[in-house]
Write a protein that binds this ligand. Structure first.
Ligand code: ADP
Ligand code: MG
Length: 378
């Protein structure tokens, strides 16, 4: 990719630039926990956005997207916002850097990537953190704190792209480290690295390619259930609750709310259990927790769908160590932890069976836990 970008950069701008990259992410466990002040457990992956950048001595940004074969030019004032969605991610990052009192000057850039778009691997966070990192390194002597770089990406989504996202994706993309997952406490924003050296295992995502559009805003309803139960239990959020408290209040909580809370409280514990297990390289426990999460999301939280449940069943039948929905649900990917020797059979079986039932194969994304935002050395 580097050669291709380098060549395109030279053809278009006649100079050489500096290379920066950042990555997409997976979340091993910790789903629907962020808005309950719980934990998430993401890691950056070996799918990334790479940009070649050079200052151009003007007050304008000239950017070529190699993947879209599209060019865009914009100034750095609020009124200069480009119309193209892909360019708004870059403009937004520049603006958010400037808004925080830091510097961005005109630059030329060619960028490309291999994070699948809209598949739940957060190509947008990869794009934002690549540019946030680059702006910090090129114009600000790396004076912007790393966490602020993640917040710059998040604000870009909020203020320039119309996506009201949490901090996990940008956090993972900025802080990602090879062979490490990161437990982020969504309440305190403290984080801790845990080794993830899954020798003998592969991580693979299966994209069902389905997205069920639901009419009655299921996310808001889930949030409301969680808030109601927290209020009934007299705690700030479900982070502060445990199963005993929930059981004790059972007759004051609707059956549906009870199920929602049971999932969230269980999930908080599962993230901690997985972190523990990883310190012993106990991947059997990790996998069991992933299946439990899937079950909870499917039966208690009710955010799965037949296609994802089917992929999960196939994983079980193939002896896959762990498998679960990744992301909000109602479609998208499963994430699977598979022993090397079972991998080929699992992929072939999943493709064939899923195709037979739903008329298309799931798309397969093997991933390796890798570095997040960084400058590429020559
Ligand atoms: P995701 O789940 O992958 O983050 P989003 O819809 O949030 O999905 O972000 C995808 C958008 O990010 C694309 O529509 C595009 O505007 C931008 N993007 C991501 N990767 C690239 C790329 N390689 N080249 C150009 N734009 C990209
Ligand atoms: Mg996104």
């Amino acid at each position: 990719m580097k050669e291709r970008i380098s060549k395109l950069f030279n053809e278009r701008f006649g100079t050489k630039g500096q290379f920066y990259a950042s990555a997409g992410r997976i979340n091993l466990i910790g789903e629907h926990t962020d808005y309950n002040d719980g934990f998430v457990f993401p890691g950056a992956i070996d799918k990334y956005i790479m940009a070649c950048i050079n200052v151009n001595g003007t007050d304008r940004v000239r950017v070529y997207s190699a993947d879209m074969d599209a060019y865009c030019e914009f100034g750095l004032n609020e009124a200069d916002a480009p119309a193209e969605q892909w360019a708004r991610y870059i403009f937004g990052v520049c603006r958010e850097v400037i808004k925080r009192g830091f510097v961005v000057r005109g630059f030329d850039v060619v960028f490309a990537g291999n994070v699948p778009l809209g598949a739940g691997l957060s190509s947008s966070a990869a794009l934002e953190s690549c540019f946030a990192f680059a702006m910090n390194d090129m114009f600000n002597d790396n004076k912007i704190e790393k966490f602020e770089l993640a917040l710059i990406g998040q604000s870009t989504e909020h203020n320039y792209c119309g996506v009201n996202c949490g901090i996990m994706d940008q956090f993972a993309s900025v802080f990602g480290k090879k062979d490490c997952l990161m437990r982020l406490d969504c309440r305190s924003l403290e984080y801790e690295y845990f080794p993830f050296k899954a020798d003998g295992y592969k991580l693979v995502l299966l994209d069902s390619k389905v997205k069920h559009e639901l009419v009655d805003s299921p996310y808001n309803k889930r949030r409301q259930s969680c808030e109601r139960v927290a209020a009934t239990l007299g705690v700030k959020s479900l982070r502060d609750a445990d199963m005993a408290m929930l059981e004790a209040a059972k007759d004051r909580i609707s059956e549906e709310d009870f199920m929602r809370a049971r999932y969230v409280i269980g999930e908080k514990q599962r993230v901690l259990d997985v972190c523990d297990a990883l310190q012993r390289d106990d991947f059997e426990t990790v996998g069991r927790c992933m299946y439990e999460t899937h079950n909870g999301l499917s039966k208690d939280y009710e955010v799965s769908c037949v296609e994802l449940d089917y992929l999960n069943d196939i994983a079980r039948e193939c002896g896959v160590t762990g498998s679960r929905i990744m992301g909000g649900g109602f479609g998208g990917c499963t994430i699977n932890l598979v022993k090397d020797e079972l991998y080929d059979n699992f992929i072939a079986t999943a493709k064939a069976k899923f195709n037979e039932r739903y008329g298309h194969e799931p798309v397969v994304y093997p991933v390796v836990i890798s570095d997040g935002a960084h400058k590429c050395e020559d």
